[in-house]
Design a protein around this ligand. Structure first.
Ligand code: SF4
Length: 421
């Protein structure tokens, strides 16, 4: 094992200062690639100019991984917010902030992936394990409609016995019962798991699910795409390359997707920016006319009671300032993704409101039900009225939307949600 020193450095001609910082990296590694990468980063950091990078960002240039890392270390928060807000005003010029009403329903909590940040799953055979039955879906869907929602965000675990037929039958049944219901369902790790169980390709799984009624695929399970990180926190899930391959297959089939990043745990700053660059590359490959990644949603790791915290002492280390900076840097690093969402569920109302001035244009869903991130301590809640008031208080006009960012009229009789979770 070799401990590496992290040596970010910068010479900013206009600001007239030279900064050299030595910091021990979080994790030991013997990976020579990593050493080469760090040295290359150091060389770049020495010659980069913060003001030039911000100017290039304002022209929608793709900044490199190293340039993103430089901005992370040396650009002040006000400058990042200014540039990201300018980009947002060009990409989403309406002055509106979109929001959504949907419900996260879990197909099953049985999972064999064993992610170290997850308190939601149960092992097969556990007393509290379940597979949601159709009667339960009916109750939840009808309540969702009454509360103005039009969509289920369907997620579950890697159940060892639930293959393609289970999900295709479920989607067909739900669409037969509720033809107007939208299904934003599963995620790349679940698609990879089903493909493995069935011995077929991602494309075959996705085509079957699309034909059965799947409307879009959430960017779930991305965490940080670098496999060093995935080995530490979620080694039962698909690797980073496979996650990206599933998304490529979606885009070829014109299935709209989103992308996410859960950060602030064991990853390095370089690995965060590598994640952004990989997502941007896949977006660049999407066929003309396809939505590809319609949105990017970064959120900080929620640590409460997780194995990562209990066994490794890893806590959520993301401050409000850092979250706002990462929202701004997401807008800057991803000029080919139109919508950036602030995660009020994990960072709270006030920080999320500031993010609307730092490149974010979307507040996501009020989430009538959410059981996965909440199980790790995400404490914040919104009703339909609450989310709209909060958007107005931040200086924007709230606009209800569907999953594909289509504007929806507010239902005439919108029953207010009673928050119970
Ligand atoms: S995060 Fe998803 S894949 Fe990982 S253990 Fe939890 S349910 Fe399973």
């Amino acid at each position: 094992m070799l401990w590496l020193a992290r040596i970010p450095a910068s010479y900013d001609v206009r600001a007239g200062h030279f900064a050299l910082v030595f910091q021990t990296s979080d994790f030991p590694t013997s990976d020579s690639y990593f050493l080469t990468f760090r040295l290359r980063s150091f060389a770049y950091l020495c010659i980069m100019n913060t003001a030039d990078l911000l100017q290039r960002a304002l022209h929608f240039e793709f900044l490199s991984l190293e340039e993103g890392v430089h901005l992370y270390h040396y650009a002040d928060t006000a400058s990042l917010m200014f540039v990201a807000n300018e980009l947002r005003k060009i990409q989403v010029p309406s002055g509106k902030v979109t929001w959504q009403i949907d419900r996260n329903v879990n197909t099953t909590n049985v999972c064999i992936a064993n992610c170290k940040f997850c308190n939601f799953f149960r092992r097969p055979g556990h007393d509290e394990s379940y597979i949601t039955d159709i009667e339960t879906y009916k109750v939840k869907i009808e309540e969702t409609f009454r509360l103005g929602g039009d969509q289920l965000l369907l997620q579950g675990g890697h159940h060892p016995d639930l293959g393609l037929a289970f999900y295709a039958d479920l989607f067909k049944k739900l669409k037969e019962l509720y033809p107007n219901l939208k299904l934003h369902a599963l995620g790349p790790p679940e698609i990879a798991h089903v493909a493995k169980l069935e011995g077929i390709s991602h494309t075959e799984v996705l085509s079957t699910l699309k034909a059965a009624g799947m409307d879009s695929l959430p960017g779930a399970g991305a965490e940080i795409l670098n496999d060093r990180v995935r080995r530490l926190i979620s080694k039962g899930k698909c690797g980073g390359k496979e996650w990206l391959d599933v998304m490529r297959a979606c885009h070829q089939l014109d299935i709209t997707t989103s992308a996410t990043m859960m950060f602030g745990h064991v990853e390095t700053i370089e690995e965060r920016f590598e994640h952004l660059v990989w997502i941007r590359e896949v977006q660049s490959e999407k066929p003309e006319g396809a939505n590809g990644f319609l949105a990017f949603i970064p959120w900080p790791f929620q640590d409460d009671g997780t194995l990562l915290k209990r066994l490794r002492g890893i806590s959520n280390n993301v401050t409000a300032d850092e979250y706002i900076r990462m929202i701004a840097l997401s807008r800057i690093m991803l000029p080919n993704i139109k919508n950036i969402q602030a995660s009020w569920l994990t960072v709270g109302k006030t920080t999320a409101q500031i993010c609307l001035h730092a490149g974010a244009n979307d507040f996501g869903s009020i989430m009538i039900e959410e059981n996965v991130v909440s199980a790790a301590g995400a404490p914040h809640r919104f009703t339909a009225n609450g989310i709209q008031q909060s958007i107005r208080a931040a200086g924007f006009e709230p606009q209800l939307r569907g999953q594909k960012y289509n504007y929806r009229d507010l239902p005439e009789h919108l029953e207010e949600q009673v928050i119970t979770y």
